[in-house]
Design a protein around this ligand. Structure first.
Ligand SMILES: [Fe+2]
Length: 187
């Protein structure tokens, strides 16, 4: 039976699930902006989730762009998709910058109208991106990469998180969302 705890592709997919949960949190917080009594708390919640999302998304993108994609670049069938995914990573960062700016700029009544479309756009783009990676790129990696390459990717991901890079499942990368203080953690 495969051990998912040391499988970098499982970890990357778990990071997608966690980021999706955070996008759902963002959408929920944005909906509560319509209630004037809850607006201040909703804006604070939005700021927290956006800050977390920026950190975790940045690390996830680094995992893919520095550890996974370079090892797949020799596959002619996948290389164009990898280029497109790098562009989508950039687009996600721009969308997040736009969202953060809108939260800071539209802290008043306009926020209830301005933010939901931005979040919906980010969610839709993210869904397309995740589908591409999980249906095309990860299966290609599963077919092509040797166990030693998978192990190296896992070690790099762990090292990126200051965990020593030994792939120790006891200290493994948690893809499971939790909510200390109302914030999710994960990828
Ligand atoms: Fe990804």
């Amino acid at each position: 039976m495969p051990d998912d705890r040391n499988d970098p592709l499982e970890k990357l997919a778990a990071a997608h699930r966690s980021l999706e949960e955070n996008l759902n949190d963002l959408a929920r917080s944005a909906r509560s902006l319509g209630d004037p009594r809850g607006r201040a708390a909703a804006l604070e919640g939005l700021s927290c989730v956006v800050a977390y999302f920026e950190r975790s998304m940045s690390r996830h993108q680094e995992d893919e762009e520095r550890s996974l994609f370079p090892r797949l670049a020799v596959l002619e069938s996948v290389a164009p998709t990898l280029d497109r995914l790098r562009q989508e990573h950039k687009a996600q960062r721009r969308a997040l910058d736009e969202l953060r700016a809108a939260i800071e700029r539209d802290g008043g009544a306009d926020a209830a109208e301005a933010l939901p479309p931005l979040i919906d756009g980010l969610r839709a783009a993210y869904q397309r991106y995740v589908a591409c990676e999980e249906q095309e790129v990860f299966p290609a990696a599963r077919r092509f990469l040797q166990a030693s390459a998978m192990h190296s990717i896992m070690n790099e991901m762990e090292t990126r998180r200051g965990r020593g890079g030994q792939g120790n499942p006891a200290k493994g990368i948690s893809g499971r969302p939790s909510r200390p203080g109302g914030m999710r953690r994960g990828p």
